[in-house]
Each structure stands twice: as structure tokens, then as C-alpha cells.
Design a protein around this ligand. Structure first.
Ligand SMILES: NC(=O)c1ccc[n+]([C@@H]2O[C@H](COP(=O)([O-])OP(=O)(O)OC[C@H]3O[C@@H](n4cnc5c(N)ncnc54)[C@H](OP(=O)(O)O)[C@@H]3O)[C@@H](O)[C@H]2O)c1
Length: 219
């Protein structure tokens, strides 16, 4: 039993068969959370879950959104708008955590894509008017999350949102990941540069052959 109030929460991960979704699921399950992976294919989610941790199960995205009390969105930006519009009813009344980075890649490397609502987080908030959207986990590397030889992920996580209570809940959830610390990063109108910053981190990774993340000093 912990004192963060999260013991009864069930964490859903839409697109949970991908590297980021599996990585977050693994670390949250290791931190004592129950996690449901969602996929367009329930069987694929079941297989991914079975390979991760006993506290992780898998199902289709709609059942995942229904079963979970806090839902993380971990699909590529290309599928973001359509998936959230489809699951809007199941996501009502819940905290939806968006970690989607709209990025492009060309010969010169990674770069942020300009999206109609400025950021994936603001797009989510525009679609999910009955949910509480929080941005988090944009700058945490899936490679680090999935590498069980690394005990502490050693990263700060900028948590963005309009609702202080929901932001505090996700800061507490971040603390369930060994070596991660949530730091309030502003309202959703500040999500663009957090999503875009991942392009800088990927450029760093390529140059220095590493998996960089962020660290905030002064707090
Ligand atoms: N990888 C990282 O290190 C990292 C770090 C921070 C943030 N992120 C963000 O996290 C998100 C997921 O990253 P990822 O690397 O895990 O991506 P990914 O492996 O390409 O995709 C994740 C999952 O999304 C589902 N999916 C793919 N296309 C879809 C579509 N059009 N509509 C609905 N679902 C779709 C797939 O699951 P099914 O086929 O099983 O449905 C896939 O396994 C991205 O938005 C990325 O920007 C990634």
C-alpha cells in the first residue's frame, strides 16, 4: 500500500504494443500499477502483455479505454486524431495522458511537424472535451524504459495541463517509475516545444550514440 492514492487506478495504454507503450507499461507495473495494453488487435496486445509483466494485460483499444481509469496515448501522430475521436465516449471523465510527438525525419535528421492545433496535446484536448488531458513522457526514451538492466531511468518528465489536480496525479504516477521525476511544465499551450524537443534529443542520440533525456535544475 502506498500513500500516493494511485493503488486503485488502472492504467490503460492505447497503442500499447509499441516500444513506448510497452516501456511505460513495464516500468509502471514494476512500480505496482495494474496496466492494460490496448491495440487495434486484441491478440497482439495480449501477447505483448504476457511478455512484459504479470500485472500487465492486453485487449483492443476500446476495451482498454473502458477498463482503465487513467489512459496513456502512445500511438504515432498519424493515428492520433482518428483514434481519439473514435474513443471519445470511453475516455469521458478520465485523465488522458498524451506522450505523442509529431515528428518528421529527412536526410537532415529529425524535425517537429506543424500540426493544426499546434501540438498533439492540444489536439487531444480539442477532441476530448469531456476528459482531462495531461501531457507527459514525451522526452523519455523507450529504449531506456524497456532495458531491464537499467534500474533507474534517470529522467525528469515535464507534465503539462490545465487541471492542477490531474497534473499532480500524473506527477505521482511518474514517481512510480524508478528514477523518473515529474515536474510541472506549464499549460497545454506549452506542449508544442516539449513535443518538438524530442527532435533535439533524437539528434543528440544520433550524434553521441546515446539515449538522451532531460533534467531540470533548480527544482
Ligand atoms: N519510441 C520512443 O522512444 C518515444 C519516446 C517518447 C514519446 N514517444 C511517442 O510515443 C508514441 C508511440 O511511439 P512508439 O515508438 O511506440 O510508436 P510505434 O511503435 O510506431 O506505434 C505504437 C503502436 O501504435 C499502434 N499504431 C500504429 N499506427 C497506428 C495508427 N495509424 N492508428 C492507431 N494505432 C496505431 C501500433 O499498435 P497496434 O498495431 O498493435 O494497434 C503500434 O504498435 C509516438 O507518438 C511517439 O512520438 C515515443
Amino acid at each position: 500500500m502506498t500513500t500516493d492514492g494511485l493503488d486503485d487506478q488502472v492504467i490503460g495504454v492505447l497503442g500499447g504494443t509499441g516500444a513506448q507503450g510497452r516501456g511505460l507499461a513495464l516500468r509502471l507495473a514494476q512500480g505496482g500499477m495494474s496496466v492494460v495494453l490496448g491495440s487495434r488487435d486484441a491478440g497482439r496486445a495480449g501477447e505483448a502483455a504476457a511478455a512484459l509483466h504479470p500485472a500487465v494485460t492486453g485487449t483492443d483499444n476500446a476495451s482498454c479505454a473502458e477498463q482503465a481509469t487513467i489512459v496513456i496515448v502512445a500511438v504515432p501522430y498519424e493515428g492520433h486524431r482518428e483514434l481519439l475521436a473514435e474513443l471519445e465516449p470511453q475516455l469521458r471523465g478520465k485523465i488522458v495522458v498524451d506522450c505523442v510527438n509529431p515528428l518528421g525525419f529527412d536526410k537532415q535528421g529529425p524535425f517537429p511537424i506543424r500540426v493544426p492545433d499546434r501540438s498533439a496535446c492540444e489536439e487531444a484536448a480539442a477532441i476530448l472535451t469531456e476528459s482531462t488531458v495531461v501531457g507527459a513522457f514525451h522526452n523519455v526514451s523507450a529504449v531506456i524504459l524497456l532495458d531491464e538492466s537499467i534500474e533507474s531511468v534517470g529522467s525528469d518528465v515535464l507534465v503539462l495541463g490545465e487541471d492542477r489536480e490531474a497534473v499532480d496525479t500524473i506527477i505521482a504516477l511518474t514517481a512510480r517509475i524508478a528514477g523518473a521525476r515529474g515536474v510541472f511544465g506549464g499549460r497545454l499551450r506549452n506542449a508544442f516545444q516539449v513535443e518538438a524537443l524530442t527532435a533535439n534529443l533524437i539528434a543528440i542520440n544520433r550524434r553521441y550514440k546515446t539515449h538522451a533525456s532531460i533534467s531540470i535544475t533548480g527544482v
